[in-house]
Design a binder for this molecule. Sequence first.
Ligand code: HAM
Length: 386
Amino acid sequence: MIKALRGMKDIEDPRFLKIFDTARNIAENYGFNYIETPILEETSLFKRSVGESSDIVNKEMYQFIDKGGNDVCLRPEGTAGVVRSFIEHKYDKAQTPKRFWYFGPMFRYERPQKGRLREFHQFGIESFGEPSIYEDINIIAMAADIFDALEIDYTLKINSLGCSECMPKYRNKLIDFLNNHKENLCEDCQRRITQNPIRTLDCKNENCQIILKDAPKITDNLCENCQKDFETLKKGLENLNISYEVDKNLVRGLDYYTKTTFEFVSTEIGAQSAIAGGGRYDRLVEFLGGKSTPGVGFAIGIERIIDLVKTEEKRKGIYIGVMLEDALEFAQKEAKILRKNEKVYFEPKIKSLKAHLKAADKGGYKKAMIVGDEEFKNKTFFEKDL
Ligand code: HAM
């Protein structure tokens, strides 16, 4: 028997669409527009954006050479493709703000476990051309609105990674600290000192965590501008009644972030607790060859939240069934008419009244309309509310 690949799943759960509809409506209400970019992109796009030293690019890409000899890979995330598209369509030259939402599968060759898949789905948004910190507040509020609408409890963690002025100075301070403790750090962190020192801050190794407690923190080393924005961010969230925690170690697994980073976590889903993540990436457009344009966005992991969404308990639609062959055409025609206004299921099998009612009940319909001998003669239905 051929099975789905490890870490990949078939989806039949109606809550998947409920999440999509909810997120999409809210994003549209915030003035964001739909975009869909290809699932397959040039590998270099992710190397240059997500970063060569990140786990995603280093270990987790579904990368191959296609029949034309091109080095391509299945997208591990959505931001890079949207930025590529933004530049390709010359929106960077126009310098008018653009706001997009997207929904689709992402691929990471990770070790599968609960909440961690190799094919998973994200609902994401990207906002281009708006440097104001109020845009960061706006999109965090949007994510919070989506979780509220889906009745999902969350904790919001925020941090600032600074800008090209304060980050490099901080980075050097951190490197000095790490070099002083080098022999006690795990192998990964020793490697990170030269490759990506910031990533040591969220190392999961217990020993590293103890050492890094005393490491200098970026939020204590922000320049005046970044500090001011970070304060405005906190005040802006309070103004919208969105509670948050400052997490000074929240650096995220993708290299493109500057300034604001944030994550929504849930305590109800186990070790893989991040249900959404995002932040600002003011240098990414330029880095990928476009005209310098600020950007900020987030993505929600659909599979991480699906079990937190309640199933619809409300009965919906009409079940139409017949008890004699001759009534099939009459009933099917009636079903077509009623379907203009609501969900109507037409059962083509001839069954007894009892069997039809049982099937209608099991199918979650709110009403059954059945045609027996008598009803067929009078061109009517036996109707029963379920
Ligand atoms: P990310 O934090 O890598 O950010 O992913 C966003 C969310 O996708 C995570 O919070 C998690 O819920 C879900 N996710 C990630 N990996 C997996 C997995 N292996 N299995 C199931 N769910 C997963 C990004 O992807 C950025 N592009 C977000 C962003 C948009 N930043 C700015 N704009």
